[in-house]
Design a protein around this ligand. Structure first.
Ligand code: FES
Ligand code: FE
Length: 415
């Protein structure tokens, strides 16, 4: 892949324990490589089953030269298809989200069923078989209601992650949730910096007053097993956490910490809520009166799932919040946040959107500013890769995932 020789060079300069070389964060070449090569080799988070709740509901996943339609079939199955007509290739669907009884191409009206079969094509020559011209499927995995897609014909195995995530998330019944509200923020920062910021809470104490009302920073990068955590926080917290984990184990909610095993793709953690909170809200009280999880013993904790390289999710007894990240340009990243509540919850009666979204809206604004500052400083001549703190181990996990995937893609391309 000679067109990416600069990327190869920068990857070669990467040092363990340090941030990446400048070019990998700010250059057009790295952005092209990331979106056209690296990110196409891995499983990417797209949406939840609640985003395509009913048969005919669709959701577009778009990144660089990729456009995929995720659609719920009449049989309830969620499938993914490349958004290009089997006739002369027109883009089938331009609406980001919506609902339709079938998929019709706007160009010459070839019409497809929700499971991708070609139903109608006018005036085709004799011998034309509709069965040979269905939509091209993309790989999709539904893991406990979280939808992941992979744009490679040879996707990495996801079985271990499925086992770790699906069972733990199942008690939150995403099939019976609806999207209460969805926010898009375009951050003026490279996608890897938005991810890096998400993978540490070294910045939390000073920057996230709303978040810290219901979430302790331990577990979000601090107080990880093996950390030389400060005695002030560490020892007492470890004891407290062990007692909580024993109670969760008893309630069938906990077995062990899943921390980027094997291929380093996923992390699943149950964490106690702070200050007597029962949900990730400003006042610590549930934001929706209709619970999404009725499993006993979940009231004072939340479950968090992180996947490489573009998502994180938090599940409380009354709502779930999911975050997906899509690179738009070398210095622009789309962060989409979706808040899910039970399908029976009524807006204005059982929940108020502003209250539901308050903690993460504030936190997203703060994080967005931090990622933008990070990008702006890295883009200057004075930037040199800097060392990670102990609490930034998960940032390095992400960086390693990126570097290893990128090197392997370039290696294979050269072979
Ligand atoms: Fe779609 Fe012709 S390109 S019907
Ligand atoms: Fe943050």
């Amino acid at each position: 892949m000679s067109e990416y020789s600069s990327v190869t060079q920068w990857l070669g300069q990467d040092r363990q324990g340090y941030t990446l070389p400048q070019g990998l964060y700010v250059s057009r070449a790295a952005f092209e490589f990331d979106t056209r090569v690296m990110l196409k080799r891995v499983w990417l988070y797209a949406c939840t089953v609640a985003h395509v709740k009913k048969p005919g509901d669709f959701y577009l996943f778009e990144m660089a030269n990729t456009s995929v339609i995720i659609v719920r079939g009449r049989d309830g199955e969620v499938r993914a298809f490349h958004n290009s007509c089997a006739h002369r290739g027109a883009k089938l669907c331009s609406q980001a989200q919506g609902s339709a009884p079938r998929i019709m191409c706007p160009y010459h009206q070839w019409t497809y069923s929700l499971d991708g079969k070609l139903l109608a094509a006018r005036n085709m020559p004799e011998g034309f078989e509709k069965a040979d011209h269905g939509l091209q499927p993309a790989r999709l995995e539904n893991i406990g209601g979280l939808i992941f897609i992979c744009l490679s014909d040879d996707p990495p195995t996801i079985e271990h992650a499925r086992a770790d995530i699906a069972e733990r998330v199942a008690i939150y019944n995403l099939e019976h949730c609806k999207v209460a509200v969805q926010d898009d923020i375009v951050e003026a920062a490279n996608w890897k910096l938005v991810m890096e910021n998400n993978r540490e809470c070294y910045h939390c104490d000073v920057n996230h007053p709303e978040l810290l009302k219901s979430l302790g920073t331990s577990g979000f990068g601090k107080g990880l097993p093996g950390d030389d955590a400060e005695a002030a926080q560490g020892a007492r917290y470890e004891e407290y956490l062990a007692a909580q984990q024993a109670a969760w184990r008893e309630a069938g909610l906990y077995t062990h910490l899943v921390e980027f095993p094997d291929d380093g793709w996923h992390r699943v953690v149950r964490l106690p809520l702070a200050n007597g909170s029962r949900s990730q809200t400003i006042d610590g009280e549930p934001a929706s009166r209709v619970p999404i999880c009725v499993h006993p013993g979940t009231g004072d904790s939340s479950l968090s799932v992180w996947t490489q390289p573009n998502s994180w999710h938090h599940f409380c007894q009354d709502h779930a919040v999911t975050f997906s990240l899509t690179p738009l340009d070398a210095d622009r990243t789309l962060l989409r946040t979706s808040w899910l509540v039970h399908e029976d919850a009524v807006e204005g009666v059982d929940y108020d959107v502003d209250n539901l979204a308050a903690v993460w809206r504030a936190t997203n604004r703060q994080d967005s500013m931090l990622a933008e500052l990070n990008h702006a400083g890295i883009a200057t001549d004075g930037y040199r890769p800097g060392p990670y703190a102990l609490e930034e181990r998960l940032v390095e996990e992400f960086k390693e995932f990126y570097v290893e995937t990128a090197k392997s893609a370039l290696g294979e391309g050269a072979a």
